[in-house]
Design a protein around this ligand. Structure first.
Ligand code: HEC
Ligand code: HEC
Length: 314
């Protein structure tokens, strides 16, 4: 279990498998704090098995962490066409400016390298992991384990790395090697090459801090009124949900801050822009999903985000 925890969570746990805490001595404004565990960080509480399992979805290059399941190239073709081709193209060629997933072999040393799963990625485990966590772009974590195996298989097939009769599962996925794996090398800088201690390590008392440890949660001394006066009510929605596409112009999204990108659209009036943001729109290969794909957002929140985007772009 320990292997896959983020450093922050590890810090929080103050060591995997730590005993149930007792001796909680008091609470300040922040987390409760104990003073009886010398050498530990004395914050937080021990995460439950279920909490750890919910975070524990990452997968190592050797396949450790792959969930039990399976999916075939054949099933993957159908799923890919339905859920991925719209952006990545039926053959992985990429629609508009969405990433290309197949092809590009031998282009890495050229002026314009085409980095795809076949030409660039090091491990099939990363492919499974990435799709499972992050795709489809507007509905991450919506795929089942079996669907993810099938789609992973299909993407590998599009890259001519497996045949069309292959079924991937937790045992064979990591055995399929990608052509560029050998060009990924360990970082040789000395501060990252220290050997990790796994047993008989120095005790906590022998470890010296040479500088102050930064607080986990920075102190923020801004009053609620001050925040309300300076922050636009649509700013937060924009940052969290809309900026992924509108900051850099993913798939032809008008870029926030570029007046020209918006002036033509504004000819139909602000209400029209708000309506299109709510209902979605599409012209050519550009697709703006309803509410950016985040249908749980209220109409009010989306409207405020549009007003914020326009304010930033005028
Ligand atoms: C609405 C458009 C959209 C859809 C649908 C979509 N993706 Fe993506 N995909 C993206 C975008 C945008 C990125 C780049 C994300 C980033 O870099 O943060 C991406 C990145 C990827 C990458 C990484 C590419 C690279 O080389 O870095 C893979 C692999 C991928 N998508 C697979 C899939 C699969 C499989 C599906 C279907 C289950 C899917 N995507 C559906 C938009 C989409
Ligand atoms: C997956 C990428 C993506 C996300 C996320 C996204 N947009 Fe868009 N948006 C687009 C694209 C692409 C267009 C251009 C569509 C077109 O021209 O047909 C667009 C267009 C728009 C427009 C112009 C509408 C018009 O009438 O011309 C507005 C307003 C807008 N988006 C608001 C938002 C808001 C608000 C959010 C967040 C709640 C958001 N978008 C999230 C991709 C996205």
């Amino acid at each position: 279990m320990c292997r896959s925890l983020s450093p922050l969570l590890l810090l929080w746990l103050a060591g995997c498998g730590a005993a149930q805490p007792d001796g909680v001595v008091g609470t300040h404004d922040g987390p409760s704090f104990r003073d009886d565990r010398v050498g530990h960080y004395a914050v937080g509480s021990v995460a439950s098995e279920a909490q750890i399992a919910a975070w524990d979805i990452d997968i190592r290059p050797d396949g450790m962490g792959l969930p039990v399941g399976s999916g075939s190239v054949e099933d993957g073709e159908y799923l890919y066409e339905e859920q991925c081709a719209e952006c990545h193209g039926s053959f992985g060629e990429g629609v508009g400016r969405y990433p290309v997933l197949a092809g590009g072999e031998g282009t890495l040393t050229e002026d314009r390298p085409e980095r795809t799963v076949g030409s660039y990625w090091p491990y099939t485990s990363t492919l499974f992991d990435y799709i499972y966590r992050a795709m489809p772009f507007t509905q991450p974590e919506s795929l089942t384990v079996d669907e993810t195996y099938a789609i992973t298989a299909y993407v590998l097939y599009l890259n001519d790395l497996i045949d069309d009769d292959v079924t991937l599962d937790q045992n064979n996925t990591a055995t399929i090697r990608l052509p560029n794996e050998g060009n990924f090398v360990p970082d040789p800088r000395p501060d990252v090459a220290n050997e990790r201690c796994m047993q008989d390590c120095r005790g906590g008392a022998a470890i010296e801090f040479h500088s102050e440890v930064a607080p986990l949660i920075p102190a923020v001394a801004v009053s609620a009124e001050a925040t309300a006066a300076t922050v636009h009510p649509g700013a937060e929605t924009y940052e969290q949900y809309c900026s992924i596409c509108h900051k850099v112009g993913v798939g032809g999204a008008p870029i926030v801050g570029e007046t020209q990108a918006w002036s033509g659209r504004l000819e139909n009036g602000v209400d029209s822009l708000i309506k299109n943001a709510l209902d979605g729109m599409s012209s050519g290969t550009a697709v703006m999903p309803p509410k950016g794909g985040f249908t749980h957002l209220s109409d009010e929140a989306v409207e405020q985000a549009v007003r914020f985007m326009l304010e930033k772009s005028s």
